[in-house]
Design a protein around this ligand. Structure first.
Ligand SMILES: [Mn+2]
Length: 350
């Protein structure tokens, strides 16, 4: 992988040859590509640390992307943002990071559940750990890594990420957001999120968005309004499908997602079905099933831990938050997955 002076991907080896001969130290930000929290995190790091390349990942290619990041010549400081660890990936993750931290600074910033033991291991490798489950990653970056003279729009960007992660009621996020018109905040946050969901497979768009957010609000960035309109239309088309096809079993409701991401469908399901504890949506990706779980206020189980436990038992991986989590499992084990969630929820007063 090769970047030009603008730190964008290139395939040209000639450009690369010119670049290595005059090697500069670079920062690399590996961030989550699936929602505003990851994208905004990358924008904040790129603004605050000049000479930063961005690599975007999701949970299916996190380890490959991490290998790619640590292989970059002249890497000085690696930031890993908004990528939670799970039982299935953390061993390999630790090994790569351990090796890397001998050669460069590594900063891991995240707000997903992380075992104390894992935190200790990361610190033991010399990783700078910024971990807190009470605010989203963008807010953690804003609060811990950026200096106070930063233009206020960067605080607002972190606030958009918090809105979509449903962490806008938290202390720092709410303090930032109360200075702005609520509808403006929700509008900008939502079109940003929809544009990201609509362009998950267009890396070029997502990387341009990381750059665009450094200068402009979401509505002013090329393609954001149009993409968000397309995504809103997909949601509209899916409302009746979800109403008619969801299956309910006591405290659980579940459905297979077709053209929308599992995460969006799980949110829609939870909102439509009152009185349930957990909504599950799953979507096929190759020979895997991507699963999203959402919990209502009646759900007392930690869904991130639950997804991690069940998925690892089925040969997959999973994790996330208390009331919103995800997993990736072999596609044929989806029925077992749902049954295991059901057993946990229905049989244990959870
Ligand atoms: Mn997040």
């Amino acid at each position: 992988m090769i970047w030009d002076s603008e730190l964008r991907y290139h395939n040209s080896t000639t450009l690369y040859m010119g670049w290595v001969s005059n090697l500069v130290m670079v920062n690399v930000c590996l961030s989550h590509k699936e929602d505003p929290d990851g994208i905004v995190s990358a924008s904040l790091i790129k603004y605050a640390y000049p000479n930063t390349m961005v690599i975007l990942a999701d949970y299916s290619d996190l380890l490959e992307r991490l290998e790619e990041a640590v292989g970059i010549e002249g890497l000085d400081h690696l930031f890993i943002c908004d990528m939670g660890l799970s039982k299935a990936n953390e061993e390999r993750f630790f090994r790569i990071v351990e090796g890397m931290s001998r050669r460069a600074r590594v900063t891991y910033i995240d707000h997903h559940h992380l075992e104390e033991e894992s935190k200790d291991r990361l610190r033991g490798y010399g990783v700078e750990l910024i971990h807190n489950i009470t605010e989203c990653t963008s807010i953690l970056i804003y609060h811990n890594l950026l200096n106070e003279n930063l233009p206020s729009r960067f605080a607002l960007l972190a606030g958009f990420a918090a809105v979509i992660d449903e962490m806008d009621g938290r202390e720092i996020a709410s303090r930032i957001l109360k200075s702005y018109d609520r509808h403006f905040v929700e509008f900008e946050a939502t079109i940003l999120a929809y544009a990201i969901y609509q362009n998950q497979h267009r890396e070029e768009f997502l990387l341009a968005l990381v750059d665009g957010l450094i200068k402009d609000m979401p509505h002013a960035i090329d393609g954001v309004l149009e993409s968000s309109r397309e995504y809103a239309q997909k949601i509209t088309n899916n409302i009746s499908v979800i109403e008619n096809d969801a299956r309910k079993d006591k405290d659980i409701v579940y459905i297979q997602a077709v053209d929308l991401p599992a995460s969006t469908v799980a949110n829609m399901l939870l909102a439509m079905h009152k009185g349930i504890k957990v909504a599950i949506a799953y979507k096929q990706r190759g020979d895997k099933m991507v699963v999203s779980l959402r919990g209502s206020s009646m759900c007392k189980l930690h869904l991130g831990k639950l997804a991690n436990d069940i998925a690892s038992e089925l040969g997959g991986s999973g994790g996330g938050h208390d009331k919103a989590s995800g997993a990736m499992i072999p596609k044929d084990s989806i029925n077992t997955f749902i049954k295991m969630v059901k057993d946990y929820i229905n049989n244990s007063n959870n």
